[in-house]
Design a binder for this molecule. Structure first.
Ligand code: ATP
Ligand code: BTN
Length: 330
């Protein structure tokens, strides 16, 4: 029953995605349900925080048209991608989906590069349990499975490699002022546009795997952004022509799997210089936040292991680990 109801919600969204008015009767006829049922399903769309206008005599329309992701189109364009790709409409977090896939998988392992994409996350998360705003049908949310047969230590620098590739993808789209912030953020003209979340499962030196999550703001609806407590942006603001979400999804999946493979073979060796070019804080005065403690220094990029390098006094200090944040020092 629930599935049938979800399916009607989906078809309703697909019909309204054009941003045009559709009368209640036309929707009822098209979806094979009563007008009363349409009202109920429209309420479900409200619960997804989709902005539905109701105008007497005209019917329903979305505040903005939506470009829904079509699974077949993405799969078709990624023929070379050997691993499964899943597309969820609504999920708690694509990371949770990957974890569930792992639990269900025979041998508790997945094909490297297995990817879950979603149109919306109800509990999208960033580092240290922070919220990642994930409204419906606007941005990209993706998680990838990547095995670490040499243990979790081999994942040092993984988020750096992925963040760097995202920055390169933005530059290749012609966007100016792209930069990266250690260890996991991507900026355009000083505003955050994407983040990378790496979760590791397994043993430090035994076998394990990484779940690599990426949130990329493509066109963030303004009404969701009051709670973002730092400058943020989206890709569309920096492009003249309307972006194609499919193209961005395909480019993201291709770019991330490619950089994961590069990282597996060569680590960060070829990426350190490129990081320096794009580093938001290279040669800049910074504060290093370590829990309650703050250290001051000057950003010096990263080393081959993805550690943050900071000049402090006459020495160069290396910082590792997930509990550290770097901020500009005024
Ligand atoms: P650091 O990782 O250095 O501590 P950070 O403040 O960016 O920096 P993260 O955990 O990396 O923290 O990212 C989560 C933060 O990103 C949120 O607290 C919020 O400020 C911001 N944020 C949440 N959702 C989005 C989004 N969709 N787009 C941009 N920023 C977002
Ligand atoms: C950050 O900047 O802190 C990282 C944000 C990562 C967000 C992505 S969206 C896909 C995946 N699922 C999640 O819940 N988080 C990551």
């Amino acid at each position: 029953m629930k599935n049938k109801s979800n399916r009607i919600d989906e078809r309703l969204i697909e019909t309204l995605a054009d941003g045009q008015f559709h009368s209640g009767q036309a929707l009822a006829d098209a979806l094979g349900v009563s007008r009363t049922a349409i009202n109920k399903h429209i309420d479900n769309l409200d619960a997804l925080q989709l902005d539905v206008f109701r105008v007497h005599g005209k019917g329903y329309r979305l505040a903005q048209p939506l470009q829904l992701l079509k699974f077949d189109l993405i799969r078709e364009q990624l023929r070379e991608h050997q691993a499964p790709i899943y597309l969820k409409r609504v999920t708690s977090s694509t990371h949770d989906d990957l974890k569930q896939l792992l639990v269900d998988a025979p041998g508790k392992t997945l094909t490297p590069g297995t990817c879950v994409l979603a149109e919306m996350q109800t509990r999208g998360r960033g580092r240290r349990g922070r919220t990642w705003l994930s409204p419906f049908g606007s941005n990209l949310y993706a998680s990838f499975y990547w095995p670490l047969p040499e243990g979790l230590n081999s994942a040092l620098g993984l988020s750096v490699a992925v963040g760097l590739r995202l920055a390169q993808i933005l530059e290749q789209a012609g966007i100016q002022g792209v930069s990266v912030k250690w260890p996991n953020d991507v900026y355009i003209q000083g505003a955050k546009v994407a983040g990378v979340l790496v979760e590791l499962e397994g043993e430090p030196t035994g076998e394990g795997h990484a779940l690599i999550g990426i949130g990329l703001n493509l066109s963030m609806p303004e009404r969701f952004t009051q709670n973002i407590e730092q400058p943020y942006t989206d890709v569309q603001k920096h492009l003249d022509a309307p972006l194609n979400r499919h193209q961005w999804a395909v480019t993201l999946i291709r770019g991330v799997t490619d950089v994961l493979e590069q990282f597996r073979r060569h680590g960060l060796a070829d990426l350190v210089t490129e990081w320096r070019r794009l580093d938001h804080f290279y040669n800049q005065p910074v504060n290093i936040l370590l829990g309650q403690h703050v250290q001051q220094g000057v950003g010096q990029g990263i080393d081959n292991y993805g550690a943050l390098l900071v000049r402090q006094g006459s020495g160069l200090k290396r910082y590792f680990g997930g509990e550290i944040s770097i901020r500009a020092r005024q």
